[in-house]
Design a protein. Structure first.
Length: 145
């Protein structure tokens, strides 16, 4: 599969999230350097505070050297519910690339995850053609803006 197909899968996973009035619904897929899926996750999958990238990273075996993380939303750079934001977790994992569909709106936190990742040498690719698909499970939050 290519970047668009993996990212579309991440966007589809976001629809599995239990609804929330205080957090975005996000899906994530991790693909190894060999092009095979390593893990996947979605927001609030096992705990009300889980972020999608965090849930997927928790399932991944060992270091992710050369892996790509696909996320429907830009990985977070600020976090109130946990000590480390998703961008830091991705950097620590060894993943070298992140592909996302939608920049984090300023609704809950400043969306600066892409900048944090790039500063650490992680390649960041935004595919805004899938942003509307990523927004779908979050429409209830966006309509109140």
């Amino acid at each position: 599969m290519d970047d668009r197909a993996w990212l579309a899968l991440a966007c589809d996973l976001a629809a599995l999230c239990p609804p929330s009035e205080t957090a975005f619904s996000v899906g994530a897929v991790i693909v190894g350097a060999d092009g095979r899926e390593v893990a996947r996750g979605f927001s609030r999958e096992a705990d009300p505070h889980d972020h999608a990238e965090e849930a997927a990273l928790a399932k991944a075996p060992g270091p992710l050297d050369g892996a790509t993380v696909y996320s429907s939303l830009e990985p977070c750079a600020h976090r109130a519910s946990r000590p480390r934001p998703c961008a830091e977790l991705i950097i620590a994992s060894g993943a070298r690339r992140v592909v996302f569909a939608w920049r984090e709106p300023q609704l809950f936190a400043a969306g600066t995850g892409a900048e944090l990742l790039e500063a650490a040498g992680v390649a960041v690719v935004e595919l805004p053609g899938l942003a509307e698909r990523a927004r779908g499970p979050n429409r209830h939050l966006l309509d109140r803006e």
